[in-house]
Design a protein around this ligand. Structure first.
Ligand code: ACM
Ligand code: ZN
Length: 626
């Protein structure tokens, strides 16, 4: 729906009366945008006598909300006598088909807030909306005195577009302690996402305790400590200690799963096999084709040179996976287990006697068919544990396992192919969903690779036209791979605000998309993050610098651009800092003779807003060669 007339009217009123009014009523800045929102006159004031009423079955949701309110306000909300205002959570007596299992209706009147839903999940999302309607200071961990805790009167009907709204965190390349994993889950739930995909194993660390295979964490969870660019690192030395890493005990896992459940988040565990298994092979080298010994990778190149795959010719690989998946299935109550299946280097399979015998015995013609054989056996194990199997889109190669769900990452092609075969699909194409990629000009960002701008996230549609029955697309997911994410603060920087955009893609109606409107709501949420001490990127306010090759003159021109169109860009070539008295960008630039750097800075309404980006002309020239 389009709120524009209301927004303009409200903004005008605010501008006219803001000097005189005691409490300026803000425009609701909700992310994800609700399906239907009607702004009404007046506001609800939360105070220490506000009653919070919920049926016993929904007490936990009410308590979660009361907890969030308590730190910043000092109020202990409960069913206290004598209050003049009430917040009520209630389950619909008759199922409201329009809002489904996760939707809610929210009615904010001056003395009463009513959240209604068919299921507790809907009440939880309704309460998240109430939180977002409160002033940004509600995100404070410390008490804020003398604040009017005002909630604008609104009537909202809201429900998600997709049932699968995920975020993935890779804890293998860098280990993130359970406390920050919980923080991540809490944050994604606030934006109405409901799947936390936990990438628990990879070449750089095995992070989940498997009691029957203790070496997985005794050995596989630890590598030598390194800084420096990923893939450019020196491998672990012969006498060097492997003391960087960590893992989650089964009790830690249970704690995280419970924390997620309380927030209506399903945890999807991923055990990435048969490739990406170097950490497991460091612990159990006999499961490889080549026998090892191996060290857990520190971020040095090895792909295609060293062995990192389980041997599908060796029956012990299946005995191993039976044990691993058995313990995993018992820990995670969700219906899926993700078995990876991506980027498996099959070179060593070609020369392995056991693999060759397996191929002969099973009449397998190609290494892809051998991988498919392995994955099909994974499905049999996963099913025997009462779960469904999910894998990256490589599991299509050599023949898809009968009931597999495909997570499509190399574009949407794999997802389309699987959906056409009546398989369920999660869309997470790298070009729209990979949160490890650059989000602004590489000259202004910590090193990584490729590019995923905020607008590429926002413009993503998980349902491509080629899919005849869209119901096979369960939803989508943002993925944060952590090769270049050594700290949790940086994980936040890479996630937000791009995950705001994805949360909206997965929840809000496609028709309500409006980039400018999203950006203004995003800005409000970034301010909330400032209060909450959560890190984020402001890269969307920066200019991008693009060299345009001119093959005729064997030179290049420079284009400057911003994702937000109302920004002005100022630039210099003379090694001085640009400001709004420098030349303003209007059209592509030729490079003045002798210039060795360009510096650019963005302004909004004559105030600097982006960060200054500096690039050498040499580096730009290199970009033309890439
Ligand atoms: C992947 O990015 N290798 C799934
Ligand atoms: Zn083998």
């Amino acid at each position: 729906m389009n709120f524009t007339p209301f927004r303009i009217a409200a903004l005008t009123l605010c501008l006219l009366f803001s000097q005189k009014m005691f409490a300026v009523e803000t425009i609701p800045a909700l992310i994800p945008e609700p399906v239907k929102l009607e702004k009404l006159a007046g506001s609800f004031k939360l105070n220490k006598t506000t009653k919070l009423i919920a049926a016993p079955a929904n007490k936990e949701i009410a308590e979660l909300f009361a907890d969030m309110i308590k730190a910043p306000t000092g109020f202990t909300l409960g069913n206290t006598a004598g209050g003049t205002s009430t917040i009520q959570l209630a389950i619909n007596k008759a199922y409201n088909k329009q809002i489904g299992d996760e939707g809610y209706t929210l009615d904010v009147k001056p003395t009463k807030i009513t959240v209604m839903a068919n299921k507790p999940a809907g009440l939880f999302y309704g309460m998240q909306t109430v939180m977002q309607l409160l002033p940004k200071e509600i995100e404070s961990a410390e008490i804020i005195k003398n604040k009017v805790w005002s909630i604008p009167c609104v009537k909202i009907t809201d429900y998600p577009r997709f049932g699968w709204r995920g975020l993935m965190l890779d804890v293998s390349r860098h280990y993130f302690p359970k406390e920050v994993v919980k923080k991540y889950i809490n944050q994604l739930a606030k934006y109405k996402m409901n799947v936390f995909h936990w990438h628990l194993t990879d070449d750089q660390g095995w992070r989940i305790e498997i009691k029957s295979l203790p070496k997985l964490t005794e050995v596989g969870a630890w590598r030598a400590s390194r800084m420096g660019l990923w893939w450019k690192r020196d491998p672990q030395g012969a006498n060097e200690a492997a003391d960087y890493g960590g893992y989650y005990t089964q009790n830690d896992i249970k704690e995280v799963v419970k924390y997620a459940q309380e927030r209506f988040v399903t945890v999807l565990p991923e055990i990435d096999v048969p490739g990406h298994s170097l950490a497991a092979l460091a612990a159990y080298p006999d499961l490889s084709c080549t026998g090892g010994p191996f060290k857990v990778n520190v971020g040095n190149t090895f792909y295609g040179v060293d062995d990192n795959a389980l041997c599908p010719g060796n029956e012990q690989s299946f005995v191993f996976m039976e044990k691993v998946l058995g313990e995993v299935a018992a820990l995670f109550p969700g219906q899926y287990i993700h078995i990876g299946g991506d980027e498996c280097f099959k070179g060593f399979w070609k020369t392995c006697k056991k693999c060759q015998k397996r191929m002969t015995d099973e009449n397998l013609k190609t290494p892809e068919e051998l991988q498919s054989y392995f994955i099909k056996r994974m499905e049999t194990i996963v099913k025997s544990k009462g779960k469904k199997m999910m894998g990256w889109d490589e599991i299509l190669e050599g023949g898809l396992a009968p009931e597999a769900t495909v997570m499509s990452w190399r574009g949407m092609k794999g997802g389309i192919e699987a959906a056409k075969m009546n398989h369920h699909v999660i869309m997470t194409p790298a070009d729209n969903c990979y949160l490890d990629l650059y989000q602004g000009d590489p000259a202004g960002e910590p090193p990584t690779y490729s590019m995923l701008t905020l607008s590429s996230c926002y413009n993503f549609d998980p349902i491509p036209a080629e899919i005849p029955d869209p119901s096979f697309v369960l939803g989508g997911q943002g993925n944060l791979w952590a090769e270049s994410v050594p700290s949790y603060r940086h994980a936040e920087y890479m996630t937000w605000p791009r995950a705001f955009a994805l949360s909206e893609v997965f929840w809000s109606p496609k028709e309500s998309k409006n980039w400018n409107n999203f950006i203004s709501r995003m800005e409000s949420h970034l301010q909330r993050y400032d209060v909450a001490n959560i890190n984020y990127a402001r890269s969307v306010y920066d200019a991008a610098i693009t060299p345009l090759k001119d093959s005729v003159n064997k030179t290049f021109r420079i284009a400057l651009s911003t994702e937000i169109k109302k920004l002005d860009i100022y630039y210099t070539f003379d090694n001085t800092f640009p400001d709004n008295f420098s030349p303003k960008y209007t059209d592509t630039l030729s490079i003045p003779k002798g210039a060795d750097h360009i510096r650019v800075l963005t302004y909004l309404n004559n105030k600097p807003i982006g960060k200054m980006i500096t690039v050498s002309i040499k580096d730009l020239e290199k970009r033309t060669e890439d």
